[in-house]
Structure formats: structure tokens, C-alpha cells
Design a protein around this ligand. Sequence first.
Ligand SMILES: CC(C)(COP(=O)(O)OP(=O)(O)OC[C@H]1O[C@@H](n2cnc3c(N)ncnc32)[C@H](O)[C@@H]1OP(=O)(O)O)[C@@H](O)C(=O)NCCC(=O)NCCS
Length: 147
Amino acid sequence: MSPLLRDMTLADVDSVLRIEQDVHAHPWTRGNFSDALASGYVCKVYENDGAMLGYAVLMPGVGEVELLDISIAAAHQRKGLGRSLLDATMRIARDLKARRMLLEVRASNAAALGLYSEAGFSRINLRRGYYQSAYGREDAIVMERIL
Ligand SMILES: CC(C)(COP(=O)(O)OP(=O)(O)OC[C@H]1O[C@@H](n2cnc3c(N)ncnc32)[C@H](O)[C@@H]1OP(=O)(O)O)[C@@H](O)C(=O)NCCC(=O)NCCS
């Protein structure tokens, strides 16, 4: 497999939403993706032979980039694709002259926490009760990776 990274367009949002709704307990909405595109955030899809494997959304800031969403389709998880997509987002952030990448992750999201730790992210803050969850509120872990 030789996955390619390309810009997301509005025409991709249906396919993106199918993955998003499948892999997230609290998925982004169509409006979240179209707003991200309209705001000029860096929105990329990762695909192989025209089949969407995953996607990522980055919000550039001054000297830093925030990773807002990264997802790999369920059928393609645990094959190293999340790591290679994350590495690609860090290269994009460096090209944008960012010195660090930031993200927030649900405390219960073991897969994402494993991925980020393995990629050199470290925990810098905890936002108690930041997210809604099926059981009430859930903490957000804020992580940073110096680029
Ligand atoms: C998080 C996610 C992107 C990881 O993608 P992936 O392609 O499965 O990840 P990789 O195969 O590259 O795994 C890289 C490392 O992450 C960690 N990891 C991935 N899935 C894991 C899981 N289910 N449990 C624990 N650790 C996990 C491991 O350290 C793994 O390395 P290893 O396979 O050598 O043990 C994927 O699980 C996903 O799309 N989840 C739903 C969306 C989401 O939660 N996104 C993050 C918040 S926006």
C-alpha cells in the first residue's frame, strides 16, 4: 500500500463523515468539517487507490499548530497508518514554521493516547470535565510535541 495525502474538499465530506461516525463516539458534524474547510484549516485526506483510509484536520496558529482531528477507518486501524498520517501532519506543521503541535484528547481514548505517546507527545495539562460523555463529563488531556 502506498497511501497518498491530499487536500480535503467539500466533495470528500460524505466519505469523511462515514468514517467519522463509525470511529468516534462523539463525531464531528458535517458543519464542523465544512467550517474547517471554510476557515482555511489544513484538512487532508489519506487515501490508497482512491479509497479513503483516514483524514486529519489542523488549525494553524502563531508558531504552533493544533491537531483537531485525526482518524483512520476502522478496517485499516492498527497497521501503522495513524502513525504515518500523524508524522505527515508534523511535517506540514514544520513547513508552516510551527515550533510545536498541540492537541486535546479524551482521557478514555487509549488508542489515541498510545499513538500520541509513541510519537513523542507529552502531557502538559488536564482540563477536568471538558468533554461530554455517555457517563456525564470526561477530562481532556492536553498534549504537546515540540517540532
Ligand atoms: C487513534 C487512531 C488514529 C490510531 O490509528 P491506527 O492506524 O490504528 O494507529 P497505528 O496502527 O499507527 O498505531 C500506532 C500506535 O498507536 C497505539 N495504538 C493504536 N491503536 C491502539 C489501541 N487500540 N490501543 C492501544 N494503543 C493503540 C500503539 O502504540 C500503536 O503502536 P503499535 O501498533 O506498534 O502498538 C485510530 O485508532 C482512530 O482513528 N481512532 C478513532 C478516532 C480517534 O480517536 N482519533 C483521535 C482523536 S481526534
